[in-house]
Design a protein around this ligand. Structure first.
Ligand code: FMN
Length: 338
């Protein structure tokens, strides 16, 4: 087992890969630091990057951190190490979302069925219309298995359920649009300046659905809309991601499942976007549960399909998210450490 400390370069590599994860409004609510006593990295949630009106419980914040944690695991494997994760290891420090010990060697066979590292930078939110083309059952089955591997249930919805979830999402979207404070909060994360390192750039926003069937989030509510509406797919392929419990550890699991599913989908040539509006209001979130076997808590609604990949959305520089204050350069082999 390699107990070799991580170099600065490796720490920066890990933080950059983690930070490529999706997050609510690209808020990037995470920070990283080396573990003080073994090779590995500490993952913190950053409440200063919270989106409090849209996400009062910190659910989306933890989901975003969980997604970053999954990227970190994939990047750790790329370094030839075997990631060992502990979620919320210290009850006295709830901001410490996880520790990831990176001791080698990585398993010979990729633990997620294939190496997902390249998909980290290929993955983007695609808010464009998708083609009227079914996602094959086999692909949906593979994604469902991936979510299960992270302790979450991905349910690919049939037509009736899709219509129910679309109606709930449209209802939530209307309410959000009428809530001036929430809309101001959402708009505060839009970035018209192309050099911005957080928030959502105008180029990443998509059109509204001309037929009002797919209620994609309207981030701007400008009238008249600056981007002409377009026809979306007639019946989108939606999926819900559900966890058994509804506490921070469950949200971190949901985030890891989200990212495992999204990276695998990306590797399969699928595009994904998040329809989160119905999760943001307690009653519509409740309504998202499958009425036939309504156990569990729906954490996310995903839209899957074939279409354009979506543009790159910028990230904060690694120096802003990686705390190296406690870092000590590993001693060169054979050199005295005192
Ligand atoms: C918890 C969560 C909720 C999100 N909600 C939405 C949403 O409602 N609508 C949307 O278009 N994108 C949503 N996103 C996607 C983010 O806006 C996106 O990940 C972020 O802007 C970074 O862009 P990227 O995914 O292309 O890297 C959500 C992402 C997460 C993790």
């Amino acid at each position: 087992m390699s107990e070799q400390a991580l170099t600065l370069e490796q720490l920066r590599f890990l933080a950059a890969a983690a930070s490529a994860a999706p997050s609510l409004h690209n808020s990037q609510p995470w920070r990283f630091a080396p573990m003080p006593d073994s090779p590995g990295i500490r993952v913190y949630s950053d409440p200063e990057r919270a989106v409090p009106l849209t996400d009062p419980d910190g659910r989306a914040l933890h989901i975003s951190v969980g997604a970053a944690l999954f990227n970190l695991r994939v990047a750790g494997l790329r370094l030839g190490r075997d990631p060992e994760v502990r979620l919320l290891p210290d009850p006295a420090e709830p901001r410490l979302a996880a520790t990831v010990r990176l001791v080698g060697p990585a398993p010979a066979a990729p633990p997620y069925g294939r190496d997902l590292f390249e998909a980290i930078r290929q993955r983007h939110s695609s808010r464009q219309p998708f083609a009227n083309r079914d996602v094959p059952e086999a692909v949906l089955g593979e994604l469902t298995t991936a979510a299960l591997g992270e302790g979450a249930v991905l349910s690919a919805l049939e037509e009736d359920a899709v219509r129910r979830v679309l109606a709930l999402t449209a209802d939530a979207e209307r309410r959000t649009g009428a809530d001036l404070a929430r809309m101001a909060e959402t708009r505060s994360w839009l970035r018209l300046d192309e050099s911005a390192e957080d928030g959502i750039p105008a180029a990443a926003l998509g059109p509204q659905d001309h037929d009002a069937r797919v209620p994609v989030r309207d981030f701007t509510r400008r009238t008249p809309a600056t981007t002409p509406s377009q026809r979306f797919e007639a019946l989108p392929q939606l999926a819900t991601l559900t966890t058994h419990g509804d506490r921070p550890a469950d949200w971190l699991r949901a985030g890891q499942a989200l990212q495992r599913v999204w990276l695998l989908a990306t590797a399969d040539g699928l595009r994904v976007s998040v329809l989160h509006q119905a999760v943001e209001w307690p009653d519509t979130r409740w309504g998202l549960r499958d009425p036939d076997d309504g156990i569990g808590h729906v954490q996310l609604v995903l839209r899957l399909g074939y279409g354009p990949p979506g543009p790159t959305t910028p990230r904060r520089p690694v120096d802003e998210i990686l705390d190296l204050s406690g870092y000590r350069q590993p001693a060169v082999r054979g050199e005295s450490s005192c």
